[in-house]
Design a protein around this ligand. Structure first.
Ligand code: ARG
Length: 298
């Protein structure tokens, strides 16, 4: 049975009223959003995301987007006949690969997000971590010890960076003028090297430097699942650490959780991990009481 115009009107009104306390609470607050590669491949989802971010800005929040672009980088490497290689989830980044990463992330991917937000009426500005000295980095060295009896294995992923410092002035300057900063996760090393940096890590550091209220991870899963495989709606840092310790959480989710915990420790209030492949996930998480994914709290 189709709902009558009055029922629809009242349910729309209910939604707006439910959102009101959050709109009020978030007014003027910075929210850092990590926008991942998978939510980017579908054009409907891309439009939804651009609309959501534009709406946030217009209702008085200060959204800052940090994006990835793994699938897009792979496709260009592929066209160039370079086979992408990963070790422990990290892209082995030689100089040629770094050139492609920088061109794709800072160029094509960054500008298409900027253009789409602009088309939806927002004013976005693209930055790489090089602009205004935003992201300072150092070479990442990974020490892996799977076998406690063997010597640790040192993995050198090439031009992959760790964040050493964020200089947020450039973000603050453009955000204050009404622009939405869109950041590509590329940083500069002490010798002027260019480093490819994990976008989840960059988002966490930027959230800390900006004293953001929220750090939102848009992923391609619903959130964090408990032992029974059910979505955890809300969880504290302490409970989260216990789930890592007892093995309930494993694999690719662990680094993200660690970056989330670091942000919470530094004063970010909540880190929602939500499914970016669901339409308008961002708005549903922020402006409804129950949210849509898993919120991690301090
Ligand atoms: N919209 C509220 C907020 O952003 C509540 C979100 C609750 N989310 C959840 N996954 N339980 O603070």
């Amino acid at each position: 049975m189709a709902s009558s115009p009055t029922t629809r009107a009242s349910s729309v009104a209910d939604i707006l009223v439910e959102a009101l306390p959050y709109i009020r609470r978030f007014s003027g607050m910075t929210i850092v959003i990590k926008y991942g590669g998978h939510a980017m491949v579908d054009s409907q989802l891309r439009d939804d995301f651009a609309q959501d971010v534009t709406l946030l800005k217009f209702i008085g929040l200060n959204p800052v987007v940090v994006h990835g672009g793994g699938p897009q980088i792979n496709s260009v490497l592929d066209q160039m006949g370079i086979r992408p290689q990963f070790v422990r989830g990290m892209r082995m980044t030689d100089e040629r690969t770094m050139d492609v990463v920088e061109m794709v992330l800072g160029g094509k991917v960054n500008k298409s997000i900027v253009a789409l937000i602009n088309r939806h009426g927002g004013k976005a500005v693209g930055l790489s971590g090089k602009d205004g000295g935003l992201i300072e980095a150092e070479k990442l060295k990974i020490v892996a010890q799977d076998d406690l009896d063997a010597p640790p294995e040192i993995i050198d992923p090439g031009l992959v960076g760790n964040v050493t410092r964020i200089r947020p002035e450039i973000i603050n300057t453009i955000a204050e003028k009404g622009f939405i900063p869109i950041v590509a996760p590329v940083g500069t090393g002490p010798q002027g090297e260019t480093f490819n940096i994990n976008a989840d890590l960059v988002a966490s550091h930027i959230a800390r430097a900006l004293k953001a209220r929220r750090l939102v991870y848009l992923t391609d899963v619903d959130g964090v699942l408990n032992r029974e495989g059910r979505l955890i709606s809300s969880i504290s840092s302490t409970e989260m650490k216990a789930l890592i310790a007892d093995g309930t959480i494993s694999g690719g989710m662990i680094p993200k959780i660690e970056y989330a915990l670091a942000a919470l420790q530094a004063g970010v209030k909540k880190v929602p991990i939500i499914n970016g492949t669901k339409r308008h996930a961002l708005l549903l998480e922020l402006f409804t009481d129950s949210g849509i994914g898993t919120e991690v709290t301090a």
